[in-house]
Design a protein around this ligand. Structure first.
Ligand code: FE2
Length: 422
């Protein structure tokens, strides 16, 4: 857009701080009374947090919960849909039968043992979460086990992903932005946290770009309503231009080349809500607060409240105390439940001392098919054929020589579509 030309950039600018300085000048001018807009957004968030706490007091958790069967039968009510859109997150109960996921958990361990993972593991290599105060949980850089691939190409997974994608407005501005019923298969890692774990958790943040959210031309279109001082018209569920965002490339760090409507994981073990679990700020439009906060006078002109190239977008007590106040834990989950949150939703993992029980999850998001996701899916297919690490992740390539990897012949129709080979 014309107004943003003075500072927008599709790639990481050489001197990005210059772009930040210009961005602040242009946006302040366009918005007018930035303080009043920030106050309006803050008042909205305060109202939402009050509603979140009320729901927590009444039901134990602010998170909407649906039975998988209700999704599969198309029996989700209008009220339930409205609440999911309001909170931007969801627990799907009984998404997979308990015995099935416990079997997947066991098979994953066997796969690691059979291939001597413990002897060959070289330790974590990326510093993606380095800007957060807490360290990251225990993540295994494994992508191609039978368990992970069976989950990713499962019919029940595809059904839930379509439901989640359909919460978005897929057609707007005369364009169809993605196909909600076909999902790109996005390979991610596995978390296994044994009983007795002491973890500092993971500080609050959002994914899907940090600096990009202020400087990338497509994100400027996504957030245009906010920058035009029209917060009431901003719709976090409008898919327009979301699929045109390409995260900046940095050396040696994790990024996401796919557009994800929701991030998610499937629980492979029972987890109590007080055992270092996922929290979100269940307010998708809270991104407006994140975007506007650096425009206030108390932030240095070339800074964005802790944003650094190649790091996640941090949410801090220092700059965003209201947002930290609203963080809400998932309810207790059982093995076979899955957990989902909108791509703008702020999330964190709570610290835990002497964790009771296992904390095991497989990360599988919803990434509906669009040109961007098809491009990445085809790259993923090449990595999959070789057992290599997918391109968004460090090139650790543990599984290249491993036995019992999932094979191309084992792909079903969902898997083939998800990898763009059919
Ligand atoms: Fe995250």
């Amino acid at each position: 857009m014309k107004t943003y030309q003075a500072f927008e950039s599709a790639d990481l600018p050489d001197n990005y701080k210059d772009n930040v300085i210009t961005m602040k000048r242009v946006l302040r001018e366009q918005i007018g009374d930035v303080n009043a807009l920030f106050a309006e957004v803050s008042a909205f968030i305060e109202g939402e947090i009050a509603s979140i706490r009320e729901q927590e007091a009444a039901t134990g958790s602010a998170w909407p919960v649906l039975e998988y069967e209700a999704i599969a039968r198309g029996e989700v009510t209008a009220d339930q849909l409205a609440l999911i859109k309001r909170r931007g997150c969801l627990v799907v109960r009984g998404h997979f039968p308990r015995e099935q996921v416990l079997g997947w958990d066991k098979a994953l361990l066997d796969y690691l043992d059979e291939n001597d993972f413990d002897e060959t593991y070289r330790g974590p290599v990326d510093q993606f979460f380095g800007s957060l105060e807490a360290s990251r949980p225990e993540i295994f850089p494994i992508y191609w086990s039978q368990s992970q691939m069976q989950l990713r190409q499962h019919e029940r997974m595809a059904t839930a992903q379509s439901f989640l994608n359909r919460l978005w407005k897929t057609q707007s501005q005369g364009q169809t932005w993605f196909d909600p019923d076909v999902n790109a298969l996005y390979p991610d890692r596995v978390r296994r946290r044994p009983p007795g774990t002491r973890s500092k958790g993971l500080g609050p943040h959002t994914d899907s770009g940090a600096l990009e959210r202020w400087l990338h031309p497509a994100y400027l279109k996504v957030f245009d309503k906010i920058y035009r001082n029209d917060f009431k018209s901003y719709d976090p569920w409008d898919a327009a231009h979301r699929t045109e965002v390409d995260e900046y490339a940095y050396k040696d760090t994790v990024k996401c080349s796919a557009f994800r409507t929701f991030q998610g994981w499937t629980a492979l073990s029972d987890m109590k809500a007080d055992q270092g679990v996922l929290h979100t700020l269940p307010i998708p439009a809270a991104m407006a607060y994140m975007l506007l906060r650096p425009l206030l006078d108390d932030v240095p002109e070339d800074e964005l409240c802790g944003v650094a190239p190649g790091k996640v977008l941090p949410v801090s007590e220092k700059w965003h105390p209201l947002l930290v106040k609203g963080l809400s834990a998932i309810p207790d989950v059982q093995a076979g439940d899955s957990v989902w949150w909108h791509c703008d939703v702020i999330h964190s993992v709570a610290p835990v001392e002497d964790q009771q029980g296992w904390g095991n999850v497989m990360y599988v998001p919803a990434a509906p098919m669009c040109p961007k996701n098809l491009r990445y899916a085809r790259d993923v297919f090449k990595a999959f054929e070789q057992g290599a690490s997918p391109y968004d992740f460090p090139r650790e390539d543990y599984e290249v020589t491993w036995k019992d990897r999932f094979t191309v012949e084992q792909l079903n129709k969902i898997g083939r579509h998800g990898l763009g080979v059919e």
